[in-house]
Design a protein around this ligand. Structure first.
Ligand code: SF4
Length: 317
């Protein structure tokens, strides 16, 4: 059984100034995350990856579809059951500057979720705060300091400690290093890997940076305009990308093992608005191989191999 599975998940929002127009931010996303593994969701900004994550933690209400967590559909949970779900699924945000309350000390920040869930006596919670600080590489003498007294990397360590306070099963990492200096990024990524090994954590890793995803993830889904367009193990996706969008993303980073041949098709143009998506294949306005069929007919899922799937007419012959 997978720890998390989404089935045809849709998250739609009405347009602010015209409620009749619906933005299909996530439009039929299905993937599975085995326990103890890291699953990457990649794509350009606005493709729906963060919205998918927020639906999984139920900050957004799904329009339809299923979110199976440990086999149970949590898409429509309410009240106590929803609170329990949020204890099991925690999130680390992109911006450690904005995600920490500047008026709370490190001690208060890490203890806060434990207080909300009433996980022990004051002494027990204090002991746990110190344990968590040690776990993420923060000196416990810093417990009474405020976020502004720390560097970006240290603040992200505080955010990670807070996310681990309730012993979650799944941690959603939403661009966890993209706001950090390059020199600090690898330290945080290595910390996340060590914590995963030590605590048997499962990660949903969201990033626009394929080099980082290559380093962190076992399986990857590529998203475009609210859809997963390709899904595979890391090895297969990087060795043999099938979707023209994945190929274009990979072509932009030759360091990932793709020697440039001069025949790469780089991405041009902007992502169309999800309020007015293109007909047929959503990628056809940017795809160098688009045909009339692509403009009229949405591609269906094609199984390339055991774990490799793609949505493209070039593959469904
Ligand atoms: Fe390109 Fe057509 Fe494949 Fe879409 S279905 S990715 S437009 S070739």
């Amino acid at each position: 059984m997978y720890l998390l599975e989404t089935k045809d998940l849709k998250v739609h929002f009405p347009m602010k100034n015209d409620k009749k127009v619906v933005i299909k931010a996530v439009d039929g996303v299905s993937f599975q995350i085995p326990e103890g593994k890291t699953f990457g969701l990649v794509g350009e900004s606005g493709c729906g990856k963060s919205t998918t994550a927020r639906a999984i933690i139920r900050l957004y209400e799904p329009a339809s579809g299923e979110i199976l967590f440990q086999g149970k559909n949590i898409a429509n949970l309410k009240g106590k059951e929803l609170k329990e779900h949020r204890r099991n699924v925690q999130m680390v945000f992109q911006d450690p500057y904005a995600s920490l309350n500047p008026r709370m000390t490190v001690n208060q920040t890490i203890m806060d979720p434990m207080k909300i869930y009433g996980t022990g006596t004051k002494d027990e919670m204090q002991k746990r705060v110190y344990e968590l600080m040690e776990l993420v590489g923060l000196d416990k003498r810093f417990a009474k300091r405020y976020p502004h007294e720390f560097s970006g990397g240290q603040r992200q360590r505080i955010g990670i400690a807070r996310a681990l306070a309730l012993n979650p099963r799944l941690v959603i990492l939403d661009e966890p290093v993209s706001a950090l200096d390059v020199s600090v990024q690898s330290q945080i990524l290595n910390l996340l890997k060590d914590l995963q090994r030590e605590l048997n954590l499962t990660y949903l890793f969201i990033s626009h940076n394929l080099s980082v995803v290559d380093y962190m993830c076992e399986n990857i889904a590529v998203m475009y305009l609210g859809h997963v367009v390709e899904q595979a193990s890391r090895e297969e996706l990087f060795r043999e990308p099938k979707h023209p969008y994945t190929q274009a993303l990979l072509s932009a980073i030759p360091s990932i093992g793709h020697q440039l041949t001069g025949e790469e098709k780089f991405l041009t143009g902007d992502i169309p608005s999800p309020a007015n998506p293109p007909s047929g294949c959503a990628f056809h306005t940017r795809c160098p191989y688009a045909t009339d069929r692509c403009r009229q007919e949405a591609p269906v899922r094609t199984q390339v191999s055991g774990t490799h799937t793609v949505f493209c007419h070039l593959q469904d012959k």
